[in-house]
Design a protein around this ligand. Structure first.
Ligand SMILES: [Zn+2]
Length: 88
């Protein structure tokens, strides 16, 4: 699935829609790369963990060179609440 990008302070970054309500979405931020794919972490969950919460941060895999998700289901559930797209 191709990235849906939004503009941010540090340039464009991808979002994914909440499957249960497509008006809501999660924002993703680069989280390093492996040999065969790039990793993205949920921005809001990572912010919570950076503040000291003991949570797992959902990750998604993306194509190395193209803005295409290799998976759209994170490896663990979100601890954040999805944001309304219109308020991003
Ligand atoms: Zn999250």
């Amino acid at each position: 699935m191709e990235f849906e990008l939004i503009e941010g302070q540090r340039g464009p970054h991808p979002i994914t829609r909440d499957p249960s309500n497509l008006s809501f979405c999660y924002e993703w931020t680069p989280n390093g790369r492996k040999k065969n794919y790039r990793r993205f972490a949920c921005k809001a969950c990572r912010a919570k963990r950076n503040k000291g919460e003991d949570i797992r941060v959902p990750e998604l895999k993306a194509h190395l060179n193209q803005d295409i998700w290799l998976s759209t289901v994170p490896h663990c559930p979100h601890s954040c609440s999805p944001k309304l797209y219109d308020e991003l």
